[in-house]
Design a protein around this ligand. Structure first.
Ligand code: SAM
Length: 385
């Protein structure tokens, strides 16, 4: 039964074009996701509803191509409360990621059959089990910051016959005692690449992670060189993950509430839809994110209104009024002028999409560049915490 379902999920990922390697297809077919997600949450109105093994539709959800949230606010009692009293509020702090993004990242890791891999973000252990199936338990080390998650994942891995090295710790530090690794795979998102990952990856080895950016998040793959030097590319395939704890962003709702009585410096028409800047499917989005470093989208709940806010107090209100696009801006910088200038510059550069950008990591000095590492077009990646 579980086998049929995991085979069906694997076949679906193959048809979608995200699973192409026979060995990863075998892993998705063989590893039962249900063992790793006996309980999870589904979004329900303003809160999260508790779902348990055996509930109607549980197995359908387990084997769907969906992210399954398994922890809120690091609080392991939230699930019981939601089960007893109905939906609870909270921010997800652990999930079994969407199988599509797992498949994309595993393939982008280019492991072959024998690579030694460090996984950062054990979570439920499902992805760890896929790695173990392909590479053998002795080649897999996994680390999570939350000891309860590590205990539960280790037990679930044991139930499907896998015994990799499972460690509680801050994954941003890597696992120095088990290094060097051929590959580092991070299943949460980072604001910048932890230099320890580079130092613990063999020269020529690969690091695959998602970047935690309010606009223009996505996947990168880096090739480690000597010491803490690495070069890589932003990948065409996109992926958004919950952040590594400590790599969280400013809270846009809080920034928005600080603007209650803010006076606009100007209000005017614009020809630039806010979706061109914010939508992951917009070809401008990644470039705009570089030019609008640190800017976050925020939503007041008013239909057709989107804010862009920055911790320096700059803000934009973008609204559709009677079929026209109208922006108001205030604070120290005119953020919407920057967005419009970004579109002009992007057009002059030949409308580069995300795959034309790369990343250089040299310890704490980390930069994006356009087309090649010596390009004059460069942007700071973010700060290493
Ligand atoms: C999206 S989940 C990982 C999904 C997991 N790979 C799976 O298959 O279930 C993200 C995980 O990252 C972990 N995490 C967050 N910050 C971390 C840190 N500093 N070091 C290690 N793990 C961290 C969280 O506890 C959470 O379990």
């Amino acid at each position: 039964m579980a086998l049929d379902r995991s085979q069906a999920l694997a076949a679906r990922l193959r048809r979608a074009g995200v699973l192409t390697e026979r060995a990863w297809l075998d892993a998705f077919e063989a590893v039962p996701r249900e063992v790793f997600v006996p309980r999870f949450f589904t979004a329900s109105g303003d809160g999260w509803r508790a779902v348990s093994a055996g509930d109607d539709g549980w197995l359908d959800q387990v084997y769907s191509d969906q992210v399954l949230v398994t922890q809120l606010d690091g609080d392991d009692s939230a699930w019981e409360r939601a089960r007893a009293d109905g939906p609870v509020p909270g921010t997800p702090t652990c999930s079994s990621s969407m199988p599509t993004i797992m498949a994309i990242m595993l393939e982008e890791l280019r492991t072959g059959d024998h690579a030694r891999v460090l996984e950062v973000g054990t979570g439920t252990g499902y992805n760890t089990a896929l790695l173990c199936h392909r590479l053998g338990d002795a080649n897999v080390s996994t680390v999570d910051v939350d000891p309860a998650l590590v205990r539960t994942a280790t037990a679930a891995l044991g139930r499907v016959g896998h015994h990799p090295e499972c460690v509680t710790g801050d994954g941003a530090r890597g696992l120095p005692g088990s290094a060097p690794f051929d590959r580092v795979l991070c299943t949460c998102a980072v604001s910048a690449i932890p230099p320890d990952w580079v130092a613990q990856t063999r020269p020529g080895g690969l690091i695959v992670t998602t970047l935690n950016r309010p606009i223009g998040a996505g996947l990168v793959r880096l090739v480690a060189e000597e010491g803490t030097l690495a070069h890589g590319r932003v990948l065409a395939k996109d992926g958004r993950f919950m952040p590594l704890r400590a790599h969280r962003l400013a809270d846009p709702a809080q920034l928005l509430s600080g603007l209650q009585d803010a006076e606009a410096r100007e209000t005017r028409r614009t020809s630039l839809p806010v979706s061109a800047v914010l939508s992951p499917s917009s070809p401008l989005e990644f470039f705009a994110s570089l030019e609008l470093e640190g800017v976050l989208p925020a939503y007041s709940g008013d239909a057709g209104v989107v804010y862009l806010v920055h911790p320096d107090g700059s803000w934009v209100r973008h609204a559709e009024q009677h079929g026209k696009l109208v922006v108001s801006q205030g604070g120290p910088r005119n953020l919407w002028d920057l967005a419009e200038q970004a579109r002009v510059r992007w057009r002059k550069l030949g409308k580069p999409g995300r795959a034309r950008f790369g990343v250089t990591v040299d310890g704490d000095r980390q930069e994006f560049w356009l087309d090649n590492a010596s390009s004059q077009h460069r942007w700071q990646l973010g700060s290493v915490l």
